[in-house]
Design a protein. Structure first.
Length: 246
C-alpha cells in the first residue's frame, strides 16, 4: 500500500516524494517493493545524522521506483555494525527528510504502541490500513475510538481508512462494518484484491488492474486534499502538537 500509493503520488506531485520504512524490523519491509540500485538502508540514514538534511545525501541513500518515488528501505541485518533503528533514531531521520521532501510516506508498525500513536498524532494525513475482514475493520474501529478517548480526536477526524481485500471475494458482513468505519473516520476506500499487490515483488502502480488503480487514485486524492498548500504548515517530530505520549 505504501509503495502503490507513493508511486501514484510521485506522478501527481511536482516535487520528489519519499517513502520510508519505519517498521523498525529486519524483515518484510519496503525493500521487497522496489528494485535496489544500492545497498543503502535506513541505518545509513541514521549514520548520516545531520547530513541527511542535504538533498544530495538523501538522494544517494534512497532507491528510486519506476514512477520516481524515492524509497528509504529498512535494514535487514542484525549485526554489531548494522541494525534497524530505534524510535528516537527514526524520528530524527524523519525530521531531516522532511526538510528535503515536502511529502513523505511512512510505513509504520501496527498501531499498538505509544510511538506509533505519536507518529499518527503528528502526521498530516493518517492512513489506516485494514484487511477486508470483519475482525480487521473492527480493530480499526476500536483504534479510532481509543484515540478519541485519549484526546487524539484529530487523528480519526482526518484519517483515511483503507480496507484492502486479500481475496477476490469479500464477505457481505464486511460491508456493514465498513459503514461504521466510514462514519468514524474522515474517509474510507476499499482497495480490491490484486495479485500485483499480493506478491512481494517490486511494484509499479501503473501495472495494477484498472479497478485497483482507480481505488489507489481515490486514496491519493484524499491524501492530497488534506495536505496544506504550504508545507511549512505541517507539524512534524519535535513539535508541540498532541501525540500518543501526552
Amino acid at each position: 500500500m505504501t509503495v502503490g500509493l507513493g508511486g501514484l503520488l510521485a506522478l501527481a506531485v511536482p516535487e520528489p516524494v519519499v517513502a520510508v520504512d519505519a517498521t523498525l524490523r529486519a524483515w518484510g519491509g519496503l525493500e521487497h517493493r522496489v528494485a535496489r540500485r544500492s545497498s543503502s538502508t535506513v541505518w545509513d540514514a541514521v549514520a548520516a545524522e545531520d547530513g541527511l538534511a542535504e538533498s544530495g545525501t538523501a538522494e544517494r541513500l534512497t532507491q528510486v521506483g519506476p514512477t520516481g518515488l524515492r524509497v528509504l528501505v529498512g535494514e535487514s541485518k542484525l549485526t554489531a555494525q548494522r541494525r534497524p533503528p530505534t524510535w528516537p533514531e527514526m524520528f530524527g531521520v524523519i525530521g531531516h527528510l522532511r526538510s528535503v521532501y515536502p511529502l513523505a510516506l511512512l510505513d509504520l508498525p501496527t498501531a499498538d504502541s505509544t510511538s506509533t500513536w505519536r507518529a499518527l498524532g503528528w502526521s498530516t494525513v493518517p492512513v489506516l490500513v485494514s484487511r477486508a475482514t470483519v475482525d480487521g475493520v473492527q480493530h480499526t474501529l476500536r483504534l479510532l475510538a481509543h484515540m478519541r478517548a485519549a484526546g487524539l480526536a484529530h487523528v480519526p477526524d482526518r484519517a483515511v481508512v483503507v480496507v484492502m481485500a486479500t481475496s477476490p471475494s469479500v464477505a457481505r458482513e464486511v460491508r456493514a462494518v465498513e459503514q461504521l468505519a466510514r462514519q468514524a473516520a474522515a474517509e474510507l476506500v476499499r482497495v480490491p484484491y490484486d495479485p500485483g499487490l499480493a506478491r512481494a515483488d517490486p511494484l509499479d502502480p501503473r501495472a495494477l488492474s484498472k479497478a485497483t488503480r482507480s481505488a489507489l487514485t481515490e486514496v491519493a486524492a484524499a491524501v492530497i486534499d488534506r495536505c496544506p498548500v504550504e508545507p511549512a504548515a505541517v507539524l512534524g517530530p519535535g513539535s508541540s502538537a498532541s501525540n500518543g505520549e501526552d
